[in-house]
Design a protein around this ligand. Structure first.
Ligand code: NAP
Length: 243
């Protein structure tokens, strides 16, 4: 129970990787709030969290400044403090660049990158100490055909992680996780063409990871064992990127 007494907020925590991170932080003793734009899966996640800890589900779109500030106000009013922020909320849209509409490009950047900026700013305005953990992607290093907005947003999140790590040291530690292919609604072998699947399988471990693989790294970065680590981006990727 490394995180006893800590309060965590996970963006996009209703399903997939965010849900696994929220549950893992709760298992380590943290009180956990999570946000999501759509209530459908949030109730089930909230019920699971409440078996482990004090938990709060907050409907909020991370791309909206007022909603993000309101979400942090709600966390402060419920728990009185905030120690850990996991910027996990993200969306993926695929299209060849020639056919990508400006609105589609802007929406991906708004959720993935502006959302990470807005939540990080709101966090820093409310605490002097803590941890920020940003969920990037191995595609932020590798690039991927027909994913211009997504890969650009993830590369930018890695750069933002390094800047915030410098700016907020020594009291707030900022790190990123760059997952490889993880089996969730966003990426599943069943929904892929054979060509796409072949690309994702061309790694040393030749399989998809599970959300819990990312959650284990998030717990490490949220806890006392990582006290001397900031500005890093950890690949949890089956070997897709080696740095
Ligand atoms: P997912 O299963 O599609 O879940 C996405 C989560 O983000 C959901 O909880 C969703 O809420 C939430 N969300 C979407 N738009 C939001 C918004 N505007 N404001 C707040 N929350 C929002 O995706 P995932 O696979 O778990 O991915 C989680 C993160 O890991 C993303 O940043 C993704 O880019 C990154 N990642 C994933 C993989 C992978 O292979 N899965 C690989 C590398 C990186 P609703 O349920 O309400 O829609």
């Amino acid at each position: 129970m490394n995180l006893q007494g800590k309060v965590a907020l996970v963006t996009g925590g209703s399903r997939g990787i965010g849900r696994a991170i929220a549950l893992a932080l709760a298992e380590q003793g943290a009180k956990v709030a999570f946000c999501h734009p759509d209530d459908a899966q949030a109730q089930d996640t909230l019920a699971e969290l409440q078996k482990l800890t004090e938990a709060e589900s907050l409907p909020a779109d991370v791309s909206d400044e007022a909603q993000v500030e309101g979400m942090f106000d709600a966390v402060m009013s419920r728990f009185g403090r905030i120690d850990i922020l996991v910027n996990n909320a993200g969306i993926l849209r695929e299209s060849p660049i020639a056919e990508t509409k400006i609105d589609e490009f802007d929406r991906v950047i708004a959720v993935n990158l502006r959302g990470t900026f807005l939540a990080s700013r709101a966090f820093v305005r409310r605490t002097e100490e803590g941890r920020i953990i940003n969920i990037a992607s191995d595609l932020g290093f590798l690039g991927r055909e027909e994913m211009s907005a997504y890969t650009a947003s993830k590369g930018a999140i890695i750069a933002l992680t390094r800047t915030l790590a410098r700016e907020l040291a020594p009291k707030i530690l900022v790190n990123a996780i760059a997952p490889g292919s993880i089996e969730t609604d966003m990426t599943s072998p069943a929904s892929m063409s054979p060509e796409q699947l072949a690309i994702d399988m061309a790694t040393p471990l030749a399989r998809f990871g599970q959300p819990e693989d990312i959650a284990a790294m998030a717990c490490y970065l949220a806890g006392p064992q990582s006290n001397f680590i900031t500005g890093q981006c950890f690949g949890v990727n089956g070997g897709s990127v080696m740095t």
